[in-house]
Design a protein around this ligand. Structure first.
Ligand code: ACO
Length: 333
């Protein structure tokens, strides 16, 4: 069974309620029909009910079993607008702007989740990453003990010699452009949690990647990764983690034991933390294209409640998968 099939099975075991704010988007409408038919999650589309139904009719999709939430007609609208105003007034928000913002289905969805009326959100088929994540960053915020949201990929690599039978987690490949050592440390801790929750990796071994292994090169970028390693140890003393390591020292036993002797991680890493977004984003795409790996993600980690961003080029099947991932993240809270 592929990683994503295992995740779908987990999602079915306890159904979570996932919101899809891009309610009139055709691939989203086609996806919710499949999600309900497969029993992956309870789902609600957000938007104008007549427009959603008209689009579904046009696509020949049945919305039986799918919730529809129209923010502007919702009994919660005024309360959510007021909560949003209170939350943001120190940043210049006024009641009028707050009410206008709450008409945006992404903002309404985040407020619905914050008020415990749903468990997670998936969007991004038409919105950019910034527009998709900003309501979550403002309203849902981060999980206790974590200040930074990061984005990982689960890599399912045909060569089973690496990682956990070919499965690895790579981060941050999607969100934080130039992370501080604190942000890298949080990304390491959250990626290990993701490896456990979504990939069934019971013993995450986290490598903090650099172009240097244990002081072999001197540069402020290397110092940042070494500092991040120490901070991640402080955040989670039980975590199996080593750094700074070059990629070969992280992955190949003979190189790892030569360059970082006695390390439980070097040569056996199944979670790779890249030093910045350029290396992380390039790294996952290289492994996807050159090694033929399946790249599942981006998966946002660190939100207090799960929110995930789709690629605007996503397929119907991608939306089904991201909803399943979001549901399993919600189960694990
Ligand atoms: N974690 C937690 N909070 C954050 C984070 C974060 N990573 N980033 C921003 N915030 C908070 C800010 O503190 C701010 O809070 P406040 O308004 O309460 O003060 C709020 O979120 C908004 O901050 P902005 O700086 O305005 O953030 P913006 O909305 O401009 O951008 C974003 C956030 C979208 C995540 C940005 O960092 C970004 O563009 N990242 C790169 C995304 C990207 O292009 N990825 C590559 C493509 S994805 C792929 O290929 C798989």
């Amino acid at each position: 069974m592929s990683v994503i099939d295992v995740i779908k099975e987990k999602a079915k075991s306890r159904k979570m309620h996932i919101l899809l704010p891009e309610g009139t988007e055709p691939r989203t409408i086609q996806a919710v029909e499949k999600i309900v038919a497969q029993g992956i999650a309870e789902v609600s589309l957000l938007g104008n009910a007549e427009e959603i139904q008209a689009k579904a009719n046009e696509l020949g999709v049945s919305l039986s079993g799918v919730g529809i939430i129209d923010p502007e007609k919702s009994e919660f609208f005024a309360d959510y607008a007021n909560q949003y105003y209170e939350m943001r007034k120190a940043k210049g928000m006024d009641p009028e702007k707050a009410a206008k913002q709450m008409k945006d289905t992404l903002f309404f969805a985040c407020m619905h989740i914050k008020n415990n009326r749903a468990d997670g959100m998936v969007a991004g088929a038409i919105n950019t990453t910034g527009n998709t994540l900003r309501p979550g960053l403002q309203i849902i915020k981060t999980t206790p003990g974590i200040k930074n949201v990061s984005g990982c990929f689960i890599m399912d690599i045909p060569n089973k010699a690496y990682g956990h039978n070919g499965v690895m987690v790579f981060a941050d490949c999607a969100v934080t452009i130039d992370p501080t050592s604190d942000q890298l440390a949080e990304s390491a801790v959250m990626s290990a949690r993701t490896a456990k929750a979504l990939c069934g990796i019971s013993d995450p071994k986290v490598a903090m990647l650099s172009f240097s292994t244990k002081g072999s090169a001197k540069h402020e970028n290397v110092d940042k990764v070494a500092e991040a390693t120490a901070k991640a140890h402080e955040l989670d003393p039980e975590l199996m983690l080593d750094g700074e390591l070059q990629a070969d020292a992280a992955l190949v036993e003979s190189v790892g034991q030569l360059k970082s002797p006695g390390s439980p991680v070097a040569g056996h890493a199944n979670v790779l933390i890249f030093p910045d977004l350029q290396s992380g984003n390039i790294g996952y795409k290289l492994v996807q294209r050159l090694a033929g790996a399946e790249a599942v993600g981006p998966i946002c980690q660190g939100f207090a409640r799960p929110i995930n961003d789709l690629s605007r080029g996503c397929s119907v099947e991608d939306i089904v998968s991201v909803v399943a991932i979001t549901a399993v993240q919600a189960q694990n809270l």
